[in-house]
Design a protein around this ligand. Structure first.
Ligand SMILES: N[C@@H](CCC(=O)N[C@@H](CS)C(=O)NCC(=O)O)C(=O)O
Ligand SMILES: [Fe+2]
Length: 356
């Protein structure tokens, strides 16, 4: 039996796909996201699977892949297009290659246009295909950065995707409206950019006038993904087990506010804002120990270490720096409160002091 899960990263609107052969438990993950490595590793463990490949449909511009992190944690191998020219993969894929997991396999179709190294992974029975940023649901990947080319994209869509059986389900790398899946027949008829009677010239005209802003993460994501998402320092890859922590690409372990509120007795909260902010309108988390960031290096020994430490500031920036400082001072179990007091207040969690 085929095991299939569609996972979503809300930050970048990226879909990550887990597929596995239940007979052998061998699994592959398509387009993993760095910040979601913990989620994906937990799901793989809970389903009793062995991750053998992380596959990239392309070098992403909007998020960093978890490929290297998962290789470090789970021993999986990394595969992506040879044409991507990325470093650090275990296998470089070309058009018509196959990549196996258990008794199942994908055939690889080169679908350039969004980037040179864009691939579509077609399941052995042609019932599903993973189109990356070539075909998006009622859309397609943009062609105005990396090695984007609208004519190449049109040909990829028509000759490599619309040539699949009409019933083949298509799963994109992103959707920005909450749609999850489409089919070849549907897109051939209704894709507003490339379906119906739209010609190559019509398509090019459409793509030249999209006017989209560049992805926010592009300057971090592209160089990182050209190295398969390998951070310079992988020492942060060991997963702490005292809470549901997420590692950011900057190497900071974060914890979500709801978990902290439910576990206030089990952690020490260290607030690194100024005294005026601590007693100001945002208030503070009950029981939080106040040590302003500027004094933290000198006062690190005041931080109790009998419980894990959660640092907090206004928005999460100064407290991220505080985790680095306290780690250096020997505090091993430490995480940053994601989003700081602003997100804590927005979620209407318990505060002491502050304005309503
Ligand atoms: N706003 C998004 C950018 C989204 C974006 O540009 N996505 C690319 C894929 S990497 C795309 O091709 N979008 C097509 C579209 O939005 O029509 C971000 O900052 O990350
Ligand atoms: Fe992309």
């Amino acid at each position: 039996m085929l095991i299939f899960r569609q996972l979503f990263d809300p930050q970048s609107s990226t879909y990550t796909y887990l597929l596995a052969d239940s007979d052998t438990s061998e699994a592959v993950l398509i387009d993993s996201v760095f910040e979601q490595a913990g989620r994906d590793a937990a799901l793989i463990r809970e389903l009793g699977l062995t991750l053998i490949w992380t596959l990239e449909t392309h070098v992403h511009a909007d998020h960093v892949t978890a490929a290297s992190l998962l290789k470090e944690r789970l021993g999986s191998k990394i595969a992506l297009a040879e044409a991507s020219k990325a470093e650090g993969a275990d296998r470089y894929l070309k058009d018509r290659d196959t990549i196996a997991f258990g008794k199942r396999y994908f055939s690889v179709r080169a679908t350039p246009g969004h980037t040179n190294g864009c691939l579509t992974f077609v399941l052995d029975n042609e019932a599903m295909a993973f189109t990356g940023d070539c075909l998006l649901i009622r859309g397609c990947g943009r062609t105005d950065f990396q090695q984007g080319d609208a004519r190449t994209m049109y040909r990829s869509l028509h000759t490599r995707i619309f040539s699949l059986p009409g019933s083949c389900l298509l799963y994109p790398a992103h959707d920005y409206r909450g749609l999850t899946v489409t089919s070849v027949a549907e897109e051939k008829q209704y894709n507003p950019r490339a379906g119906g009677e739209v010609s190559e010239d019509d398509f090019v005209g459409y793509m030249e006038n999209l006017g989209l802003p560049h992805p926010k993460q592009i300057d971090i994501a592209v160089p990182a993904n050209m190295k398969c998402g390998r951070p310079d320092d992988l020492s942060g890859a060991k997963v702490p087990d005292w809470g549901p922590l997420m590692l950011t690409f900057a190497g900071i372990w974060e914890v979500q506010p709801h978990w902290v509120e439910e576990h206030l007795q089990d952690v020490t909260v260290v607030d690194v804002r100024e005294e005026s902010e601590y007693s100001g309108p945002l208030g503070h988390i009950p029981g939080a120990v106040l040590i302003p960031l500027g004094e933290l290096a000198a006062r690190a020994s005041e931080v109790p270490t009998d419980k894990p430490v959660v640092t907090v500031c206004r928005a999460g920036g100064r407290s991220a720096q505080a985790t680095v400082m306290l780690k250096k001072a020997g505090v091993d179990r430490i995480a940053n409160l994601a989003g700081g007091m602003l997100r804590w207040r927005a979620a209407r969690l318990v505060v002491e002091g502050g304005a309503d």
